[in-house]
Design a binder for this molecule. Structure first.
Ligand code: HEM
Length: 455
């Protein structure tokens, strides 16, 4: 497919009903709705939710055009900004143009590939310390909610590694509060008309209270770090040291709070979801799990995984890639065109919303054989890749792709072998995993597993 200017065609569209259009279909079963419209109407589909027109794009060429070639014409969409800004402030996820570029320049060095080795030892240590507690569960036949465990584990890693923070028991509150707020933002995103937070409804009062809790914790974290006067290579330090090139001004605590909250939330919850889905998939595919255990055993024996081991653990990487294909934690994201644009024969008007869904793209039958099958071998580096590069976008692509990609991959590459060295999980009988489509795709109510010690 080439993107060129030709006569305009009407973008295919499912029937829409009444004022709300396709809203209830999208709200109740987003995965089914998007899969159905893309298989029935093709790789570009227009639908409507209330007064807003949405263009759902599901082809690598379209993805390239929106996120790379013509990316300057596409901003974060207004609805996302309106609903996420009260929560995240002016952070990397909620800004565009110069403000965004400056924030990205400040944070980028912390995620540079040459910094990764420094974080690896901290990640391995935090993992080993955290998973010790599962021993009790293994000895006493307790059931673990893997989703909760992965949230704690990834927060235990991300908070000290990137922000120099000590994770105390109070962080349980942080996890809960982020969960509540994430669900609230996700609900607001698919509710065309929402009341601003200053309107004193009981829901808004709760949301405001949750925001105050987060603010209190993050400001305390900044104050504690300033007091220690450490000079570590981490995000907190980069933010505190950052100076405006023109004025020499440093960032205010409010600006630092916005970056920290954005990166914390974007960092631990996504990785926790990815790990939860991966262990769920392993529990359903014992032959893959055995192959993975063989790699861990032959490469590491009983030694903890290190940074140097990562390139050798090829199958581990393939399993992660395939798991991110089937269950990409950021399952959908949006942009809004500033100026009208053309995609091949189609016109995209300004101020509409463009949706791109890694979840649906990763299961497109034209680009993936047996797309719903869990088959890590598709990512075997020894075989020639059969998929188009942009049909696989768990971390997005282009200038606004995930800044934490290398860090997230490394976390998973160190956590998974360490867990396999010590434990085996068994999904409890008859447990039905449900999908929750919030900002992240995560297991609704968690994943309940029996844990067995293998050490
Ligand atoms: C498995 C884990 C992760 C997944 C699947 C993931 C996925 C994504 C995706 C798809 C985007 C692009 C969204 C868009 O284009 O609108 C993104 C952006 C972002 N991610 Fe991640 N992410 C993960 C881990 C992390 C980590 C560990 C961090 C930081 C510690 C992080 C921080 C961010 C930030 C700040 C952005 C916005 C970048 C920008 O707009 O410049 N992510 N992530």
């Amino acid at each position: 497919m080439t993107i060129a200017t030709r006569a305009t065609k009407t973008v295919p569209s499912p029937p829409t009903r009444g004022f709300w259009g396709n809203l209830s279909q999208f709200q109740t079963e987003p995965f089914r709705f998007l899969s159905d419209v893309s298989s029935q109407y093709g790789d570009i589909v227009k639908f409507r939710m209330g007064p807003i027109d949405f263009y759902f794009l599901n082809h690598p060429d379209y993805i390239k055009h929106i996120l790379i070639t013509n990316r300057k014409n596409y901003h974060r969409d207004r609805k996302f900004l309106a609903e996420a800004t009260p929560f995240l402030g002016q952070g990397l996820l909620t800004t565009d143009d110069e403000v965004w570029a400056r924030l990205r320049r400040i944070a980028q060095p912390v995620f540079h590939a040459n910094q990764m080795a420094n974080y690896a030892a901290m990640i391995s240590e935090a993992t080993a310390a955290y998973i010790k507690r599962w021993q009790v569960a293994a000895n006493t036949n307790q059931v673990l909610n893997l989703k909760d465990e992965m949230l704690h584990l990834t927060l235990d890693i991300v908070a000290p590694t990137l922000f120099g923070a000590n994770v105390t028991d109070e962080w349980q509150t942080f996890i809960h509060t982020v969960d509540v707020l994430q669900a609230e933002v996700a609900r607001r995103l698919i509710t065309p008309i929402t009341l601003p937070l200053w309107v004193p409804t009981s829901g808004n009062l709760q949301t405001r209270q949750a925001l105050q809790t987060l603010d209190r914790m993050v400001f305390a974290m900044i104050a504690a770090y300033r007091q220690q006067q450490k000079q570590e290579m981490n995000l907190m330090n980069a933010l505190i040291q950052a100076r405006d090139q023109a004025t020499g001004d440093s960032l205010s605590d409010r600006e630092i709070r916005d970056q920290i909250l954005t990166l914390l939330v974007a960092g631990y919850e996504t990785t926790a979801s990815a790990l939860s889905w991966l262990f769920y998939l392993l529990s359903q595919h014992p032959q893959v799990e055995e192959k993975l255990r063989c790699e861990v055993e032959s490469m590491l024996g009983n030694e903890p995984p290190t940074y140097q081991d990562i390139p050798r653990m090829k199958y581990t990487r393939m399993v992660i890639q395939e798991s991110l294909r089937l269950y990409p934690p950021i399952w959908i994201f949006a942009r809004s065109p500033l100026q009208p644009d053309r995609l091949g024969d189609y016109e995209i008007p300004a101020n509409t919303v463009v949706y791109i869904s890694p979840l649906i793209m990763h299961r497109h039958p034209e680009f993936w054989s047996n797309p719903h099958e869990f088959k890590p071998e598709r990512f075997d580096p020894a075989l020639e890749s059969t998929h188009s590069e942009l049909a696989y976008i768990p971390f997005g692509t282009g200038a606004r792709s995930c800044i934490g990609r290398n860090f997230a991959m490394m976390m998973m590459q160190l956590i998974i072998p360490k867990i396999l060295q010590e434990y085996r999980f068994h999904l409890i009988p008859d447990f039905q995993v449900k999908h929750q489509f919030d900002i992240t795709l995560h297991p609704q109510d968690g994943i309940y597993m029996q844990v067995e010690s293998v050490g």
